[in-house]
Write a protein that binds this ligand. Structure first.
Ligand SMILES: [Zn+2]
Ligand SMILES: [Zn+2]
Length: 185
């Protein structure tokens, strides 16, 4: 593990959320969001209505900027977000987690909590000088954000869809090359 468990979860959630804004848009209804969000085990307030969805959609460009910026730009964005949202880090313990940090109350609006949790997670990334964990998808036609938390830093694609598409393309071009036979120049 590169970062603490809750930090990694917050980063993964932020990347997934930022990438839902790529064409084609995948967040149309509150249910779309709930389905995506279920896998990240977020606790606390979740209104699951249009107003909440709108505020979450509106947060995505800022998340994307934060996750794709330089280290110094990220510092600026993190500090702005924490000040603007009145983040006050507190150690808390609630099921199913041992002591961890919340910087806004569990009943704060979900978009606020996502923004603050992402900013807090980025504090760890910046302090550890690990901004290189973020990149853009290696697929030529995709602008997805990639988060690489693997030990050997092997992750190049934002999703398995992009990874598979490129693996198939690479396989076909190898096949075409071998069909032409060995080059003899
Ligand atoms: Zn918690
Ligand atoms: Zn991609």
């Amino acid at each position: 593990m590169v970062f603490a468990h809750d930090t990694e979860l917050a980063l993964q959630a932020a990347v997934v959320l930022a990438n839902t804004a790529l064409e084609p848009e995948t967040l149309h209804t509150p249910e779309d969001f709930t389905a995506i969000w279920a896998e990240f085990g977020y606790t606390g307030r979740h209104d699951a209505n249009e107003a909440e969805l709108e505020s979450i959609r509106a947060l995505r460009p800022r998340l994307r900027r934060l996750l794709t910026s330089s280290r110094d730009e990220a510092v600026q964005i993190v500090n702005e977000m924490l000040a603007e949202l009145h983040a006050t880090p507190q150690l808390v313990r609630h099921d199913p987690f041992d002591w961890h940090i919340h910087a806004v109350p569990l009943d704060a609006p979900l978009a606020t909590r996502i923004a603050v949790e992402t900013a807090m997670a980025m504090v760890d990334v910046i302090r550890a000088d690990e901004m290189s964990r973020f990149s853009l998808c290696a697929d030529d036609a995709c602008d997805g954000v990639v988060l690489d938390l693997s030990r050997n830093r092997s992750r190049r694609f934002c999703s398995s869809a992009c990874g598979n598409r490129n693996a198939v393309a690479a396989y076909r071009s190898r096949q075409r090359a071998s069909a032409r036979g060995p080059s003899t120049n």
